[in-house]
Write a protein that binds this ligand. Sequence first.
Ligand code: XMP
Ligand code: MG
Length: 186
Amino acid sequence: MELADIREDLAEELISEQQLHDKLGELARQIETDYDGRDILLVGVLRGAVMVMADLARSLRRHIEMDWMAVSSYGSGTVSSGVVRILKDLDTDISGRHVLIVEDIIDSGLTLSWLRQNLISRGAATVEICTMLRKPDALKVEVDVKYCGFDIPNKFVIGYGLDYAEKYRNLRGVGVLAPHVYGGEE
Ligand code: XMP
Ligand code: MG
């Protein structure tokens, strides 16, 4: 069998592995300063945030704890409805904790604004958001994002945790899928 290189399915690379790495370093330095003297609980949103979480956590030179949630938005297809269902809840009691939500991407913002409210209602001392990517043109609700890696165009992107039909999460950079992959025009 011939080995296919998944990078050949990219129409363009938007953000390289090196750029992601450098940006995480910057965000980590900011987080270290902002949270000086306070414990941090990083809450990753499965599954897309796995790569950001792994790299951000290792970029931080201080102690942190990690926990995970899995959520799914009700609604048809790729359009987010804002109604969110918890598929996997935290294992940690977050009351009084400083929670930093770690996300791969903010699109409409509906998932994150719901999640932040949900975590605040559990009595967290603070809830902030760190996202690697954000699509400003797709925002439907204002979300106060303290740490954002890159603002990107309103295109469907893959790689660095983000998938198309569960594939491409293991691409090292972030890119736009080539139309031939989903049967579109080149
Ligand atoms: P909202 O719209 O609530 O949703 O901010 C964010 C979630 O939608 C998914 N999403 C994407 N996944 N490429 C992906 O692979 C994309 O371009 C994309 N845009 C949104 C993702 O699960 C994110 O957590
Ligand atoms: Mg996600």
